[in-house]
Design a protein around this ligand. Structure first.
Ligand SMILES: *Cc1c(COP(=O)(O)O)cnc(C)c1O
Length: 352
């Protein structure tokens, strides 16, 4: 028997997510925080972990954890669902609302996992190319959503991979006028400041996503979904029980109880981002540096792939984008000051 005969036709040309491990001394490719948790939090985590019942399932709805997040974000805990990373929540949203051939709208460029999960659900993927500054006219999007019968519209804000942020008014105009579910993915919200998370009670079609991954907790895989009751009840039908492990719940609670530690590190990264932005502007072969509201910066250079390889050889891993609109772009995550300086020195050296 040839097992491949049993595979889905539509996955034949599908490629697995490119998360292959490349070892390098300095990692500026995955938008992680360069800071681990403080020793203080670490001992708090150790103290809590030994108390857990390893033989028991976690709380199926992670209620205590959702309460901690609700406090952190200033929302009602009954509006929150926790996930095994926001990646899982994206998949759950797609499975909840998209039947075969249902339409989903995505900006281009956009975070690739929306398209990935939509394709696995055999949805009809409609793309909207943003302009050369990665902006759009919200009315054009609204008309498109409503005239084409789009059911689901994901938007990362700030956008990954561009770092572009759309202001609250623009986002709320979309939410208010689109006859679709609008998912606002605020994975990088901490580095921007504006949020629509407190607007979930006013808009029945709004879902907001958050994650611990970009603020120092990528290892524990923890994300949050917030929405009004009507949508939340539907999503609960699809959410797997026990999707957040007890250890993640324990660590997540400690992390989120220490907002000031997170905020201090966010402040550092924002200040480094602005400094690095200024330095990028001085490098002659970089044709365009995009202003960023996230913890990374995208820039354009015809030498993108060559620079990517050179950096890798010198111990710095960054993100390049094989083809498509960003083929001449590199995305560099903001690291610690010394990491950023080393990366900048290398970029300047390659000028010769
Ligand atoms: C990193 C990222 C995520 C994934 O978050 P996890 O919680 O690590 O799964 C979601 N959305 C965007 C836009 C991201 O960049």
């Amino acid at each position: 028997m040839n097992v491949k005969k049993l595979f889905r036709d539509d996955l034949k040309t599908f490629e697995s997510y490119n998360a292959k491990r490349i070892d390098s001394r300095i990692k500026l490719h995955a938008n992680e925080s360069p800071f681990s948790v403080s020793d203080e939090l670490l001992s708090e985590i150790k103290e809590e972990i030994v108390k857990c019942s390893f033989n028991r399932y976690p709380d199926a709805m992670s209620e205590d954890l959702c309460k901690k997040f609700a406090e952190y974000a200033g929302v009602d805990y009954k509006s929150v669902i926790a996930g095994n990373g926001s990646d899982e929540l994206i998949q759950i949203i797609v499975s909840t609302f998209l039947d075969r051939n249902d339409k989903i709208l995505l900006l281009n460029p956009e975070f690739s996992m929306y398209e990935n999960y939509a394709a696995i659900s055999s949805a009809n993927i409609v793309k909207f190319d943003t302009d050369e500054e990665f902006t759009f006219d919200p009315q054009v999007i609204i008309d498109k959503v409503n005239s084409e019968g789009i059911k689901l519209f994901f938007i990362s804000n700030p956008n990954n991979p561009t770092g572009k942020a759309y202001d609250r008014n623009t986002i709320l105009k979309l939410v208010k006028n689109c006859n679709s579910i609008v998912v606002v993915d605020e994975a990088y919200g901490a580095f921007y400041g504006e949020s629509v998370i407190k607007d979930i009670d006013d808009y029945e079609n709004l879902i907001v996503l958050k994650t611990c991954s970009k603020i120092g907790g990528a290892s524990i895989r923890l994300g949050f979904l917030t929405a009004g009751k009507v949508i939340l009840d539907e999503i609960k039908k699809v959410k797997p029980p026990y999707n957040v492990s007890t250890t993640t719940e324990i660590i997540g609670k400690v992390l989120l109880s220490n907002k000031s530690e997170i905020e201090e590190k966010v402040k550092y990264i924002i200040s480094e981002r602005e400094r690095v932005y200024g330095e990028f502007l001085k490098i002659p072969y970089i044709e365009k540096v995009y202003k960023s509201s996230a913890n990374f910066i995208l820039f354009k250079t015809k030498r993108a792939h060559e620079i990517y390889e050179k950096l890798l050889e010198d111990g710095v891993l960054v993100r390049d984008f094989g083809s498509g609109v960003l083929k001449d772009c590199l995305r560099i995550t903001i690291g610690k000051e010394e990491e950023n300086n080393y990366m900048l020195e290398l970029l300047k050296k390659y000028n010769g």
